[in-house]
Design a binder for this molecule. Structure first.
Ligand code: PMP
Length: 299
């Protein structure tokens, strides 16, 4: 069955799902997006993803005609149209069609796209043995420029760092901020464990405030693990007891080596492993139901 893609109120087969080359999302990277996951018939943290999307929409002054509630229904309906229970959802809001100048006032209507499909970012082996990563020379965008809190269509900053990871033959790169503190990765947030405490860079260090990051902070606190949002350097990272990354696509994944330095004994740590396990349980049991009528049928 062909994938059905939502574009501005209509569903198209994958081969016909097209947007204009005059769309400023294409011409200038002018827009925002979300990557969302559905597990076991439920969309994980859908409201949180929509809140973040609409924050970007407000900041960029995108003139979206759909309310948050309507956007929620678009996500759920796209999953239903594609008969999906486990999926990766890509929601994209771009400035829309304009002329070749960058003035957004020339674009009367934003383009809203919703794609629901599958994703596997990393093989299972990497969840068991952990990732080797490097620090990229490319610094994370400064919040005073393109604020990393906006999940914008302009990912060049991250792509530059991803190219560095590719050249180093590793799957991810750690990005520092302009003050040389550890910030986040090209598509994931970062955590270290030191003396039983979980440490992750704070918002003001210039990160995307990850939904998975927030879910893991909550989970850890429920488990009685102390979590601090605090800046740290590469030195502290090299000397951490454990390290892991979080993101919607990656979920939570251990890091065992940074810039050639093994993290502790070079194996995924116990807190990391416990958190991954708990996170996997959480995503299976929580979220917005895609097919609520199924539940009625069960009763
Ligand atoms: N940082 C960046 C730069 C990202 O692109 C992402 C999402 N892929 C994340 C962090 C993780 O955010 P979330 O947990 O909301 O997916």
């Amino acid at each position: 069955m062909s994938i059905k893609v939502f574009i501005n109120g209509k569903y198209y087969d994958k081969k016909d799902a097209k947007v204009s080359v005059f769309d400023h999302g294409y011409l200038y990277g002018d827009g925002v997006f979300e990557g969302i996951r559905a597990y076991n018939g439920r969309v994980f943290k859908l409201d949180e993803h929509l809140d973040r999307l609409y924050e970007g929409i407000r900041t960029l002054m995108l003139n979206v005609k759909y309310t948050k509630e309507e956007m929620k229904e678009i996500v759920l309906e796209t999953l239903r149209k594609n008969n999906l229970r486990d999926a990766y959802i890509r929601l994209v809001v771009s400035r829309g069609e304009g002329d070749l100048g960058l003035d957004p006032r020339k674009c009367p209507e934003p383009t809203v796209v919703c794609i629901a499909s599958k994703i596997t970012l990393y093989p299972q082996e990497m969840y068991e043995n952990g990732l080797k990563v490097v620090t990229a020379a490319t610094r994370r965008n400064v919040p005073e420029g393109v604020n990393p809190q906006i999940k914008s269509l302009n990912y060049l900053n991250n792509i530059m760092a991803k190219i560095e990871a590719n050249l180093a033959g590793v799957p991810e790169a750690i990005m520092l901020n302009i003050d040389n503190y550890v910030c986040e990765c090209t598509g994931d947030n970062i955590f270290i464990v030191k003396d039983g405490k979980l440490i992750t860079p704070p918002t003001h260090s210039g990160i995307l405030i990850g939904i998975t990051r927030n879910a893991i902070i909550e989970l850890a606190q429920e488990m009685g693990i102390k979590v601090v949002e605090q800046i740290f350097t590469r030195h502290e990272l090299f000397n951490a007891d454990e390290c892991f990354l979080t993101g919607t696509a990656a979920e939570a994944i251990p890091v065992v080596n940074v810039d050639g330095r093994p993290i502790a004994d070079g194996k995924p740590g116990i807190i990391t492993k416990t958190i991954i396990k708990k996170f996997r349980q959480l995503v299976q049991s929580e979220g917005t139901e895609i097919y609520p009528e199924e539940k009625q049928g069960d009763e």
